[in-house]
Write a protein that binds this ligand. Structure first.
Ligand code: PMP
Ligand code: GLN
Length: 379
């Protein structure tokens, strides 16, 4: 058939994990922990399966989970969304992002994306008939140039997709960025999709800045998060979005025919976990700061130049002292010949990205990080 996405191949995450497996390389490419999530969460899942919670959940999400998300949002961001009208549980953040883009973007609409940005946004925009306008973020700071941003807006601009903490750059937005964003879009009918899946994995001094703390912006915003990151369980694929009732209603129109509803016992287990062990997500920044610092220290003798990491579980490394190869070729070579898999940065970009940067996932045990670092230090 004639492809609707002719330029698109298989995601880099699938490619690199497969290559890592084929060559038995240490896999620091696709972002997932090599340790398990909390025992309590697993016990609650078993409990709900054993006690008959095995039929469809409500389309919008199990009420205990929506209520727990509303409580958590209030504790973190000082405002409680209505669990019935403003919180929707989805099959991972991926589904929330796709549903939000499908719900908002019409044929011919323009969507602002940053370059680099997470790989799932642009294909969804294309399928909805929209056009992506990219704003370049330049290493090492990857900060938004708000003048360039303003210059991209026009009457066709419908949506801005942002992500903080940012995959892949590991930088975070500050409150000032949200102020600038509001100033730029206030007078136009532009919506905001804020991908905050790493909201609890933030090391910046001011902490995570969420779109949900901004009373005006959140009237126009869909905020997305994922329990895969929060509970070290990427395979559970439960996420959610928070948005005003009118926006949530549009997202739910898509969600009800994409998946209808999400795994029931997992939702109930997550609700128990949020209610009974709030300390878990509260200690996540310290936990991942420890993982990050471990990798940074282990790589200190290497010829990689490490970039600052303010959030996410990814560390960027400049390899220009080691090789002239372009980044995709370098990552393949690294996997096959050195036994360490990483993600090349250019795959997150629509425009040419002339930097020699790779992304290393540090959601790994000490032994994994040490073994990878030992190999990388020999380069
Ligand atoms: N957004 C970003 C920035 C991500 O890094 C990821 C996955 N790691 C997702 C969305 C998708 O999350 P999920 O696995 O919950 O679908
Ligand atoms: N978000 C994860 C990453 O950035 C990968 C998710 C996936 O494999 N689709 O590595």
């Amino acid at each position: 058939p004639q492809s609707k996405l002719p330029a698109l191949g298989t995601t880099i995450f699938t490619q690199m994990s497969a290559l890592a497996q084929q060559h038995q390389a240490i896999n620091l490419s696709q972002g997932f922990p090599d340790f398990d999530g909390p025992d309590y969460l697993k016990a609650r899942l078993a409990h709900h399966v054993a006690h008959g919670a095995n039929q469809y959940a409500p389309m919008t999400g199990a009420l205990p989970l929506r209520a727990a998300i509303a409580d958590k949002t209030e504790r973190l961001y000082g405002w409680r969304p209505d669990p019935d009208l403003e919180v929707t549980v989805t099959a991972g953040a991926t589904e929330a992002l796709f549903a939000a883009i499908s719900a908002l973007v019409r044929s011919g609409d323009e969507v602002i994306c940053f370059d680099p940005s997470y790989d799932s946004y642009a294909p969804a925009v294309t399928l909805a008939g929209g056009v992506t306008r990219r704003i370049a973020l330049t290493p090492p700071a990857f900060r938004v140039d708000w003048t360039a941003f303003g210059a991209q807006l026009n009457d066709r601009t419908r949506l801005v997709i942002l992500n903080t903490p940012h995959n892949p750059s590991a930088t975070v937005w500050q409150d000032e960025d949200f102020v600038q964003l509001w100033q730029a879009i206030a007078e136009r009918e532009i919506y905001v999709l804020s991908d905050e899946v790493y909201e609890h994995i933030c090391f910046a001094a001011g902490g995570h800045a969420s779109v949900l703390t901004h009373p005006e912006l959140r009237q126009r915003a869909i905020a997305v998060s994922s329990f895969g990151k929060t509970y070290h369980m990427t395979g559970w694929k439960v996420g959610y979005c928070v948005a005003p009732a009118a926006l949530s209603a549009e997202v739910r129109k898509i969600h009800q025919y994409l998946t209808f509803s999400v795994n029931t016992p997992a939702q109930l287990a997550l609700a128990d976990m949020l209610r009974d062990e709030p300390g878990h997500w509260q200690q996540l920044p310290d936990f991942y700061r420890g993982r990050r610092d471990h990798l940074v220290q282990a790589l200190a003798p290497s010829r990689l130049e490490l970039l600052p990491c303010e959030g996410t579980y990814f560390l960027l490394a400049d390899y220009s002292a080691i090789s002239d190869m372009e980044d995709v070729a370098f990552c393949r070579w690294l996997t096959v010949n050195v036994g360490v898999a990483a993600i090349p940065l250019s795959v997150f970009c629509a425009e040419p990205f002339p930097h020699k940067l790779i992304r290393l996932c540090f959601a790994k045990q000490d032994v994994t990080l040490d073994a990878a670092a030992e190999r990388l230090c020999q380069l």
